[in-house]
Design a protein around this ligand. Structure first.
Ligand code: PEP
Ligand code: MN
Length: 343
């Protein structure tokens, strides 16, 4: 951290800054320029943040030079992480692999879930998605089957062998979701639900953290830091489109997020083209874009009858469209150096 003093700051003002930093166990190095003086701080940045230096007389600016997130940052962990999912430990999300995750937006019935799971498996997906707890904009919309939905997902895993990722929306449900699922999803609307982040930080299952509708990369990585800080570093980020002025698509897929997040963090990143676009005809091209910018996985909505889906039917793929997604997931990642792509 660097403290910038106002031009002509008094010696007493500079000394007071130094004394406060040293009082907190840090070191301060004063650099006197012709115009102004800056004070460089060495030590525990978190402790410095509590010193309220910006409010001290003569201080015009306090500039952070290292990232405010530590555990998830590349600065402290230069190698990209690979996250292993499933009881058999055979799904790896990281820099060498490419993973296709597919399934229904919501678990509606056992039959509909098993059908979608079979479609996912037939296409070559190695993970199943599906929501048992649905965070809907309208309180009148289908809210998900809850524990019954988790049981259906567990049965779909038995039938297909595909590990399951499913959303948890309430800290009190974290234990039951962790008991049934292989990966816990934190949805867009809960990216800054800090008690929920802390709760999933306490379980021994990987977490998929979706980006908030209007979250910056730093806010998103700080949210991941909440999970990591509680001891769970098995985190996969998910770019699912952000809110912009454009209304033709449901959200705008921020393709820059993939290389930016890879540069800032060692965590893998999944792209969800379905929730980004909100339109099935965009899912194949956005999947190709996601692979091209270096995504580690994609997560796709499928439904045997999208016209009857209780949630997000317009973005759900039919089987033949999922096959087209899978073809991109098989062919393109290997051109970019990934040795294990979709089967
Ligand atoms: C979902 O993946 O089912 C979902 C609700 O997505 P998001 O949180 O990105 O809207
Ligand atoms: Mn959805």
């Amino acid at each position: 951290m660097v403290v910038v003093m106002r031009p002509g700051a008094a010696v007493e003002e500079i000394d007071a800054v130094v004394a406060r930093v040293e009082g907190a166990g840090g070191s301060a190095f004063v650099s006197r320029g012709v115009q102004r003086t800056i004070v460089g701080l060495v030590g525990d940045v978190v402790a410095f943040q509590g010193l309220n230096l910006r409010a001290m007389p003569g201080v015009v600016e306090v500039v952070r030079v290292s990232k405010p997130y530590k555990l998830v940052s590349r600065e402290n962990h230069p190698d990209a992480s690979t996250i292993t999912v499933g009881a058999r430990g055979d799904v790896h999300i990281g820099p060498d692999t490419f993973v296709l995750i597919a399934g229904p937006c919501a678990v509606e019935t056992a039959e509909q879930t098993f059908e979608a799971a079979e479609m996912a498996k037939a296409a070559g997906a190695t993970m199943l998605r599906g929501g048992a707890y649905k965070p809907r904009t309208s309180p009148y919309a289908f809210q998900g089957l809850g524990v019954k939905g988790l049981e259906i997902l567990a049965e779909a895993r038995e039938r297909t062998g595909l590990p399951v990722v499913t959303e948890v929306v309430d800290p009190k449900d974290v234990a039951v979701v962790a008991e049934h699922a292989d990966m816990l999803q934190i949805g867009t609307r809960n990216m800054q639900n800090f008690p929920l982040l802390q709760a999933v930080g306490g379980v021994r299952k990987p977490v998929m953290l979706k980006r908030g509708l209007t979250a910056t990369y730093e806010e998103w990585l700080m949210a991941a830091e909440y999970i990591a800080q509680r001891g769970n570093l098995d985190i996969v980020l998910c770019e699912r489109g952000i809110r912009t002025f454009e209304t033709a698509t449901r959200n705008t897929l921020d393709v820059s997020a993939v290389p930016m997040v890879h540069a800032l963090s060692h965590l893998p990143i999944v792209v969800d083209p379905s929730h980004s676009a909100g339109k099935r005809e965009l899912v194949v091209p956005l999947t190709r874009a996601a692979i091209a910018v270096g995504a580690d996985a994609v997560m796709i909505d499928v439904h045997a009858d999208p016209t009857a889906a209780l949630c997000d039917g317009p973005q759900a793929l039919y089987g033949d469209e999922l096959a087209e997604v899978a073809r991109a997931c098989r062919e393109l990642p290997s051109m970019l150096g990934r040795t294990v792509a979709v089967r």
